[in-house]
Design a protein around this ligand. Sequence first.
Ligand code: NDP
Ligand code: GDR
Length: 374
Amino acid sequence: MSKRALITGITGQDGAYLAELLLGKGYEVHGIKRRTSSFNSERIDHLYHELDEAVPKVHLHYGDLTDSLSLLRVLQQVQPDEIYNLGAQSHVAVSFEEPEFTANADALGTLRLLEAMRVLGLGGRCRFYQASTSELFGQVRATPQSETTPFHPRSPYGVAKLYAHWITQNYREAYGLFACSGILFNHESPLRGETFVTRKITRGLARCAYGLQQCVYLGNLDARRDWGHARDYVEAQWLMLQQAQPRDYVIATGEQHTVREFVQLAALAMQIELEFCGEGEAEYARVVRCGLAGSQLVPGDVVVRIHPRYFRPAEVDTLVGDASLARHELGWQPRTDFSALVAEMAEADRRLAEREAQGLVGSRHGRHLIEKLG
Ligand code: NDP
Ligand code: GDR
């Protein structure tokens, strides 16, 4: 009998990588999907239709983390062996604009799932993974951050995720559920949402290169993050549920870079050399040299500018994780280093922009949408 997994947030970046990983391990994979007015399952479409359309490889169920009844119904129907709670309003800047929804989905949504698991009597056989985050550390008091570093979240998102983290621990202690949290640092990929800074940069620079966009507007270029690859990080999520005892683990690369470095490296991966000039909100990046075939960029073109819209009311300036515990107990370590991650994202977005410029694909996420929400 194959194991049955249920993934919330299956249409997101991690959901797509995790579904693929679990299918590869022979799992029967179920996912909870919100109702939307237009299709938004492109990240998992290949898992649904591949080979034989009559046999879906992933099973999708309508549901929402803000709707207890839908969660009860899906859990009762699926009877999962493992639940991965990846669903969330996951954008830190958006959480300042939608704090109540963020708390409802990210904090109470986790409670609803755990309670549904408990009242349905699934606790004895079903294991639960919670998508915790380095945003719990927020205002950093020790570097690097590990499982013992105190929390100090800096956004409604971080605060909501802190509730989810503690309620997961509470259900483990109070009811003996196999429930654990992965405290994952930033992880990216070509499937990353376009309004997170890494994808906004690779997508924006590639569009600039082919004349589809003039400039990428960014906020704090000095922010430092520990960026890994989502494909590596979902493996850690799975490993946590295969252990003898439930425990929380930090997952990170241990290496830190600024947003500015990310911009420079992404441009270089597209054969564009940039130099940063000016200071503060007047800082910008201009082209020194461009060797990309088919590009319209010439030396002196300004492709990055600062816009006050992208600064947050409270910022997390610096994060870098210590994943020693995961390395020792889970045998986990990242396979993709920073430069390989940036190169993969840059090349995927360069190809996408090239096809857009040739009119082969539509430009669904145009400049204005990215600029408004990024
Ligand atoms: P994404 O934003 O790509 O995906 C979020 C998913 O949650 C989407 O499938 C989204 O659905 C779904 N979702 C949002 N609101 C609800 C709701 N009310 N009910 C049900 N589903 C909902 O995030 P990632 O894949 O990058 O991250 C996965 C999880 O890990 C998130 O919880 C995130 O907070 C957390 N995390 C992410 C890190 C990262 O660097 N990526 C690091 C640490 C933690 P829809 O497609 O309809 O919007
Ligand atoms: P983060 O990721 O807030 O760390 O949360 P994001 O990519 O949004 O920001 C990283 C850093 O870059 C700075 N920044 C910008 N960010 C965005 N989005 N847009 C910009 O234009 C821009 N300019 C500079 C930010 O200020 C920040 O310092 C991500 C999410 O996936 C969370 O769900 C997850 O929990 C954490 O990573 C770990």
